[in-house]
Design a protein around this ligand. Structure first.
Ligand code: COA
Length: 156
């Protein structure tokens, strides 16, 4: 599968094409998906970068992150349900780390809702949990969820 997936830098022109992935990937119960205005706004901020995964020319995944000096924050990562559990999400996360490393970044941080299956992906790629924020997220039902803070240390 990975040979059929191409990961490349994207920009604001890709936002319309990442929205179908956003809408299909995120469970609306948690209200974690961003709208196109939020994506465009983030991409207009210095240090924000987008990576897109394409299959046969169609965007099937993306990762959005932002770098300030020697630290990056992985803000969003998603893959279309049609390609999930095939390694695309892991490839995107590794591509973020590689690109950040090329920018001189030393640490990549992220926050993930406790219980999100993405946690297993992050741990497998090499992130370590370094913190927890109690009741940080509020789902659509009004329930609160802890946020876990993860860090990837770039050593090379
Ligand atoms: C999280 C997400 C990006 C993973 O993408 P993916 O392409 O399926 O990732 P991978 O195939 O590389 O999965 C790597 C590992 O993560 C874990 N994993 C991923 N999705 C999982 C799921 N639904 N349930 C359990 N484990 C899961 C597994 O350990 C998996 O390895 P395995 O398939 O060999 O068991 C995708 O499920 C998604 O878009 N989720 C909705 C958006 C989201 O919550 N993003 C994270 C917060 S921004």
């Amino acid at each position: 599968m990975s040979a059929l997936i191409d990961i490349a830098p994207g920009d604001f022109r890709c936002v319309a094409d990442i929205m179908p992935v956003m809408d299909a990937a995120f469970d609306p119960a948690f209200g974690e998906a961003w709208n196109s205005g939020q994506c465009l706004g983030m991409l207009s901020i210095t240090g924000s970068e987008l990576l897109v995964a394409r299959r046969n020319g169609t965007i099937v995944g993306f990762a959005l992150y932002r770098t300030v000096f020697e630290e990056s924050e992985l803000l969003l990562i998603a893959t279309h349900p049609d390609v999930q559990r095939l390694g695309v999400g892991s490839s995107l996360a590794k591509a973020v780390i590689n690109q950040a490393s090329n920018r001189g970044v030393k640490m990549v941080f992220l926050e993930v809702r406790q219980g999100n299956p993405a946690l297993a992906l992050y741990l497998r790629v090499g992130f370590l949990q370094v913190g927890q924020r109690e009741n940080y997220y509020r789902g659509k039902s009004g329930d609160y969820f802890n946020a876990l803070t993860l860090r990837y240390e770039i050593t090379s």
